[in-house]
Write a protein that binds this ligand. Structure first.
Ligand code: HEC
Length: 367
């Protein structure tokens, strides 16, 4: 009976997700450019919008100006549009192969796409790591029924070679292509996909982390925040494709999320959405170190800084943080703009998980 409720709840969320996607995110015939009346927005919370400059009420970051539509650019863009919603511009893969955005990457396919830049210290590492998680959950279907793309918004720095190395660092599997190209073309793509809060790779705060999932054949497109639970995303994709995703979930935390207790605990929720893409607690290293027992060997103040401002610790060459940074192939632990209370909740969560892991080991629960 409980399960039924859970299913209904999930179904409800799914439908809301999809209808939101259709209503607000889908690249319909209406140009995205025309809906921009907002002048300032928070880079981390795109829903925060303001007519005047200031700071974000959620995270305190300075609001960034959002580009105003340029009629001349729009006209040029429409001319390139052809009969599809997607510009058919040329991009280059991590292997140096030239491809056309629409013809080769989108046409007739189901795709998941993110915009990244490899030097990002904020949300893109989380976003990429979460796509890796999603890729695992979808198993063999990736590269056959669904195609993953990461397009750089910093093509000057992110050459095919740089992208190839980046993909390897994150253990990206087959069926996922990394792409670079001309900056103007990439801007056009991002605009057409509604991901156009993007200035240049030099302005990290302007990047809006989101993953676009779409089906060219049915015209259903949805944008997911980089913070959505990958299990929900896998379900949405399953739904689009009409099959069940493989149940290969590889973190303790994600397993617990899979059980979907209705009284979801905040620590668990934060961990699953912000950390589990790169860390497990007791299931071995992923992109980042296994955090089992970390609360026993590091003090609270250090952990708190490592979670809230890892970039500063690394910059200061804090011996522990710097050694970890070197060891983990120089993938930076990202700065995720968490509130202090959330950081404390996460530390508490790591503590209780460490304790319960020990007792689970004893009772022989699966994992
Ligand atoms: C994009 C991947 C990624 C995400 C997301 C991420 N981390 Fe990390 N984390 C790392 C890497 C990589 C390291 C190793 C240090 C480095 O390279 O900067 C690390 C190091 C750490 C450490 C230090 C471990 C030790 O042995 O002292 C802690 C604690 C930690 N992360 C906690 C978290 C928490 C909590 C979250 C979620 C809020 C999180 N991380 C999100 C990648 C990530």
């Amino acid at each position: 009976m409980k399960r039924k409720h859970v299913k209904l709840l999930l179904l409800g969320m799914l439908m809301v997700g999809i209808s939101l996607a259709i209503n607000s995110q889908a690249p319909t015939g209406v140009s995205f450019a025309q809906q921009q009346s907002v002048e300032y927005s928070c880079p981390m919370h795109p829903e925060v919008k303001s007519k005047t400059p200031g700071s974000c009420p959620k995270c305190g970051m300075t609001l960034k100006q959002v580009a105003q539509p340029d009629p001349a650019a729009d006209a040029k863009e429409n001319a390139q549009w052809g009969d599809t919603h997607f510009p058919n511009v040329e991009l280059i893969t991590q292997d140096g192969k030239k491809v056309r955005f629409y013809d080769d990457l989108i046409k007739g396919k189901v795709i998941a796409l993110e915009l990244i830049y490899t030097t990002c210290k904020y949300n893109c590492p989380l976003e990429t790591a979460r796509m890796v998680q999603l890729q695992k959950q979808l198993g063999d279907h990736v590269g056959k029924d669904i195609f993953f793309y990461s397009i750089t918004i910093d093509p000057e720095h992110d050459t095919p070679e740089v992208l190839k190395e980046y993909a390897a660092k994150y253990h990206v599997g087959p069926g996922w292509t990394f792409l670079t190209g001309k900056l103007a073309d990439i801007k056009l793509i991002s605009k057409r996909l509604g991901l156009d809060k993007l200035p240049t790779g030099n302005d990290p705060d302007g990047h809006m982390p989101s993953l676009l999932i779409g089906n060219d054949a049915t015209g259903i497109w949805m944008r997911n925040s980089a913070l959505d639970n990958t299990k929900f995303m896998a379900m949405k994709i399953e739904d689009m494709l009409g099959y069940k995703a493989q149940q290969t979930v590889d973190t303790v935390a994600a397993n617990q999320a899979g059980a979907v207790k209705l009284n979801i605990n905040t620590g668990q929720y934060l961990f699953v959405t912000r950390c589990a893409a790169c860390h497990t607690i007791g299931n071995g290293d992923k992109v980042g170190p296994d955090l089992l027992g970390v609360t026993n060997v590091r003090d609270h103040a250090w952990l708190s800084r490592m979670i809230s401002e890892p970039d500063k610790l690394i910059e200061e060459k804090d011996p522990i943080a710097f050694a970890l940074f070197q060891k983990y192939k120089q993938i930076p632990m990202p700065r995720l703009n968490l509130a202090e209370a959330d950081v404390n909740t996460l530390i508490e969560f790591m503590k209780t998980q460490t304790a319960s892991f020990a007792s689970r080991e004893k009772t022989g629960t699966q994992n």
